[in-house]
Design a binder for this molecule. Structure first.
Ligand code: SF4
Length: 294
């Protein structure tokens, strides 16, 4: 649901399409990832609580029965816990049917919060954190300037686990280029196996003009994976995944082959499908580039 007012472009997870969107931060506090052009034009700031209360108040008049709210922009989890708690309390008062509040977070944001704070946020209906992990490879994380190591990611995710806060993790297929494809796939699987997330989303890298990674591909510093190499990378990652019960989705507009599974339950079926499509090698099995987008 479109917000009443919004500064700049709206980015939200596909699964929040029908949620009320409330812009609590402008931009991303990190804003340095080499592949990301989403918030480059925005200077990061946390919106004033009084201003937000007015937005919530107005929204509740138009959509009094809202059950889900997504807190935008980039990494709303960076908001200090006491302020985030005030926003949640206000939302709970304004929307009596509120079921779940969600937001984007960085591993660093989880590290900066205590388990006690995360529990308190959860008790006030923070129901899911969309965590941009991108890769579990230490060297790819460094190259993309994510600002964290695999160890940081694991520590942050463990805090969320301990607090009982579900994580929806995003991985970017093709992020390390052809040079790092195996490392990206296998080391990402290793990190995911430790975190054992509830949800896992896979997007395929589509270099955005103006970003550092786009320039690296143009200059030949990184070699882009073709659609078959992207699928091969997914296959390697899935082969190594050992997850308890994870809803896996690769049905984003950027993906060449839409996939849905529960992992690891459906791992063999997913691998068979990937092997079948790779063995046939028919471009018709894949989404046309005309229909891909971010
Ligand atoms: S990928 Fe996420 S953390 Fe990195 S700059 Fe973009 S919004 Fe910020």
């Amino acid at each position: 649901m479109m917000p009443l007012q919004y500064e700049g472009d709206v980015y939200r997870p596909p699964s929040e399409a029908s949620s009320l969107i409330l812009q609590v931060t402008i931009g991303c506090s990190h804003n340095q990832c080499t592949f990301c052009g989403m918030y480059k034009k925005k200077k990061f700031r946390i919106r004033n609580l009084e201003e937000l209360k007015q937005d919530i108040e107005k929204s509740s008049r138009f959509i009094p029965h809202a059950g889900r709210v997504f807190l935008a922009d980039g990494n709303a989890l960076t908001i200090p816990s006491d302020q985030l708690l005030s926003i949640l309390e206000y939302l709970n008062r304004a929307f009596p049917k509120l079921e779940r509040v969600s937001l984007y977070g960085n591993p660093q944001d989880l590290l900066e919060k205590s388990v006690k704070e995360l529990v308190e946020l959860k008790n006030n209906k923070l129901g899911i954190v969309y965590l941009g992990l991108e890769t579990g490879s230490a060297s790819v994380l460094k190259d993309i300037k994510k600002g964290v190591t695999p160890e940081d990611i694991i520590l942050g995710a463990e805090k969320a686990k301990e607090a009982g806060l579900p994580l929806s993790i995003t991985i970017l297929n093709g992020l390390g280029g052809l040079e790092a494809t195996e490392e990206h796939a296998r080391e990402t699987a290793q990190v995911l196996n430790i975190i054992d997330p509830e949800y896992l989303g896979l997007l395929s890298l589509m270099p955005v003009p103006g970003t550092v990674i786009h320039r690296w591909f143009e200059q030949g510093r990184l070699k882009a994976l073709n659609p078959w190499q992207l699928l091969e990378e997914i296959k390697m990652m899935v082969e190594d995944l050992e997850l308890t019960h994870c809803i896996f989705r690769a049905n984003h507009a950027s993906n060449y082959l839409p996939m849905k599974a529960v992992l690891s339950r459906d791992r063999e079926a997913l691998l068979s499908e990937l092997k079948r499509v790779l063995a046939r090698g028919k471009p018709g099995s894949l989404k046309s580039d005309l229909f891909r987008g971010l």
